[in-house]
Design a protein around this ligand. Structure first.
Ligand code: KDG
Ligand code: MG
Length: 402
């Protein structure tokens, strides 16, 4: 069997998606997600200029070897752009292999460890009151786990909260706009929000929160400690993850579970975090973390340290990634939870999906392969539109993490 060609499909049904389609001499093709929010064209160019020419003629069944060809074989390795390309290739190859063997992807990964995938959704409001109402709406809609983000008194834009009451979308059209941030206002406000949410809804719902990399290690330790009475399912990205040792301070002061890594892309971003048991959940998704081939190894290492998966699943990851993640989550033993931020309706015009949500869980069907297809004619109706993630400054003007 040979790879005959591959192409990159860029479309924007409400937001940009990059999809890799790999063709074979047996007429079977595979799809991979290659979307990197705000940097889509960099991945397109990397795939088109460097990867696709090298893929042609290779046997698509040799996934491990092809993975290493684009990882070990490349001198300038790692990094978000190149790992997103590797991930897309890997997903497309697993899709092909499962289609060739006539089976859903999860069967290739060890079969079913569970029948349904626990997901968490997002609830956000401009202030505590609105946020509490939104949590109630999500519970009514069947969710058993809710990420809670709220506008903060005295801060104009808060991560995760849309200004205009529309569904939250991380990127906005055009160049990056600037937001402003004040950590002390955030730290003073957040515990009171969770106290109110627990008072209203009790203990019988999982609550999560994303600090989005905005604390120093000691600030994060204070936050995790003050949130401890509200029994979060996790506190996500309490600090920026480059300084792995920074998470020691959080652990020293609190038992709030920690999730990290939606911006990571290899196992090497996790080694200290795992071996020192500084985290509880890995966030690195298939689309940015080397696909199935690499995440199988990361998840296996995590399992040794009682760490579970909780893959990133915002709307800027395409349905191809989400479906592949559901197969992965179905198969592995140390699955924890999956983020689920439903895509807008028009996304389903372009992508035919094989999953559905019922009563707090996502279910995947037995379509062979990953089970998602792309309608290229429909995709062509929605051409790429430049969009960027915001940049963030402290209120005194200092550049900061977004
Ligand atoms: O593109 C960036 C988003 O995917 C990110 O901000 C979403 O932090 C996020 C999350 O936890 O879903
Ligand atoms: Mg996040």
């Amino acid at each position: 069997m040979k790879i005959t060609d591959a192409k990159v499909i860029v479309c924007s049904p409400g937001r940009n998606f990059v999809t890799l389609k790999i063709f074979t001499d047996e007429g079977i093709y595979g799809l991979g997600d290659a979307t990197l929010n705000g940097m889509e064209k960099a991945v397109v160019s990397h795939l088109e200029e460097y990867c696709i020419p090298a893929l042609k003629g290779k046997d698509p069944r040799n996934i491990e070897d092809i993975w290493h060809y684009f990882y070990k074989g490349v001198y300038w390795k790692r990094g978000s752009v190149s790992m997103t390309a590797v991930s897309a290739i890997d997903l497309a190859l697993w899709d092909i292999k499962a289609k060739v063997l006539g089976t859903p992807l999860y069967n290739m990964l060890g079969g079913k460890s569970r029948n349904k995938i626990l997901v968490y959704c997002h609830a956000n409001g401009k202030d505590s009151e609105e946020t509490i109402d939104k949590v109630g709406e999500k519970i009514k809609n069947g969710f058993r786990a809710v990420r809670v983000q709220s506008g903060i008194p005295g801060i104009d834009h808060t991560y995760g909260v849309p200004k205009d009451n529309k569904p939250y979308e991380p990127a906005a059209k055009g160049l990056a706009h600037e937001e402003y941030w004040d950590t002390s206002k955030y730290l003073n406000f957040l515990p009171s929000l969770f106290r109110k949410v627990r008072d209203v809804y009790g203990e019988n719902i999982h609550l999560l929160h994303d600090a989005h990399h905005r604390c120093t290690p000691i600030e994060a330790a204070r936050l995790a400690k003050e949130l401890e009475p509200f029994h979060l399912f996790w506190l996500e990205d309490p600090v920026s993850g480059e300084l792995q040792e920074g998470l020691r301070l959080i652990r020293k002061h609190s038992t709030t579970p920690v999730a990290i890594g939606e911006v990571f892309n290899t196992i090497y971003d996790y080694t200290t975090l795992m071996t020192e048991q500084l985290i509880d959940y890995i966030r690195m998704p298939l689309v940015h973390g080397g696909g199935i081939t690499h995440l199988l190894k990361v998840a296996a290492m995590a399992s040794v340290y009682h760490i579970q998966t909780g893959f990133h699943g915002a709307t800027d990851l395409s349905p191809v990634n989400l479906a592949a993640a559901l197969h992965f989550n179905t198969a592995i033993n140390n699955f924890g939870i999956q983020e689920y931020m439903p895509h807008q309706e028009i996304v389903n015009e372009v992508f035919k999906v094989n999953y559905n949500f019922t009563d707090g869980y996502l279910f995947i069907d037995d379509t062979h392969g990953i089970g998602v297809d792309i309608d290229e004619k429909k995709a062509a109706k929605y051409p790429y539109e430049k969009a960027s993630l915001p940049v963030n400054r402290k209120t005194n003007g200092t550049m900061f993490y977004w």
